[in-house]
Design a binder for this molecule. Structure first.
Ligand code: AMP
Length: 114
């Protein structure tokens, strides 16, 4: 855990969040500033700064994260489609430096993103 990381503090239950999935390695909770009717953040509980910091040993964790995203989208009823986004670094607008996947849906989504 990184003490100055907001998402580590959510994992540690030091900061409240609207949690929709909680398993041994993965947590999912609603984004505090939703960009669509469904906007859930799916994160590893272990601190990993971004997708650039993943290693060969994280294969199982990645499957767990993507299966959680599939479950979150199914539970939200996003049969019509949804988007999975992870921002990496300043130019992409990453504001929390703990790996997270945005699961966004419930409306028509434009492409390309801004
Ligand atoms: P990013 O800009 O890709 O790093 O995404 C960070 C996301 O975290 C943003 O969409 C924020 O709205 C969201 N966020 C920030 N603080 C919280 C919080 N306390 N609970 C839930 N989501 C948050």
């Amino acid at each position: 855990m990184s003490n100055d990381c907001l998402f580590c503090r959510i994992v540690a239950k030091e900061v409240d969040a609207d949690i929709v999935h909680d398993s041994s390695e993965v947590l999912a909770f609603r984004d505090i500033n939703p960009a669509a009717p469904t906007h859930v953040l799916v994160i590893p509980k272990r601190h990993i700064a971004s997708a650039n910091e993943l290693s060969d040993a994280d294969g199982h964790l990645l499957v767990d994260l993507f299966q959680t995203m599939a479950s979150v989208s199914a539970t939200a009823g996003l049969e019509g489609g949804h988007r999975i986004v992870t921002n990496v670094g300043h130019d992409a607008g990453q504001s929390v430096h703990h790996l997270h996947f945005h699961v966004v849906g419930g409306r028509s989504l434009g492409w390309p993103p801004g």
